[in-house]
Design a protein around this ligand. Structure first.
Ligand code: ATP
Ligand code: MG
Length: 151
């Protein structure tokens, strides 16, 4: 995948698949700390500990249509390639939180890409879901909550 906005689209698809009604996407570009952070949080069905341990295995999937599940392992790989870190926390019946960090200045750190397209795609395809989006850098802060605006 070329850029992070496509990874985000992919990870949010997991949340949708997990029947989330609320999905939060947070991007923090912290140039001072040389850190790019992406967080995706949902209130979907969650996973038990056993499943969480297996999700980074590209051959683990609960899909029945294909035998591989690449979304999470590709994102985890992208973090490793840029000296970052990948964390996943999940509770059955509660939801899942994914945190991916990247060394901002690393030559292999992927660009964020077209986050506008990612958000538009998600919002238009899933008007029933409450999406929260927050973007922060040293100078600006932008946030959006689909429950609070009329589209
Ligand atoms: N947010 C989530 N909530 C609940 N389960 C999840 C979530 N994200 C991932 N999973 C579980 O982890 C598995 C692996 O996810 P991953 O995105 O790596 O692959 P996939 O979704 O199965 O396939 P692909 O992303 O390649 O279409 C999923 O099949 C699902 O069982
Ligand atoms: Mg997936």
């Amino acid at each position: 995948m070329e850029d992070l906005s496509l990874h985000i689209l992919d990870i949010v698809e997991n949340s949708i698949e997990a029947k989330a009604s609320k999905i939060e996407i947070i991007i923090n570009e912290d140039v001072k700390r040389d850190l790019l952070m992406i967080k995706i949080k949902d209130n979907g069905k969650g996973m038990d500990e056993e499943t969480v341990k297996k999700v980074l295995d590209p051959f683990f999937t609960t899909r029945t249509t294909r035998r591989v599940g690449l979304g999470l392992s590709l994102l985890a790989q992208a973090t490793k390639e840029s000296n970052g870190n990948f964390e996943i926390e999940s509770k059955v019946g509660k939801g899942t939180e994914i945190k991916a960090t990247f060394q901002y200045s690393h030559i292999d750190c992927k660009p964020i890409g077209n986050i506008k397209d990612t958000l538009t795609t998600l919002l238009v395809a899933h008007p029933e879901i409450d999406f929260k989006y927050e973007y922060k850098n040293a100078k600006t802060r932008f946030s959006l909550d689909t429950k609070k605006v009329a589209l």
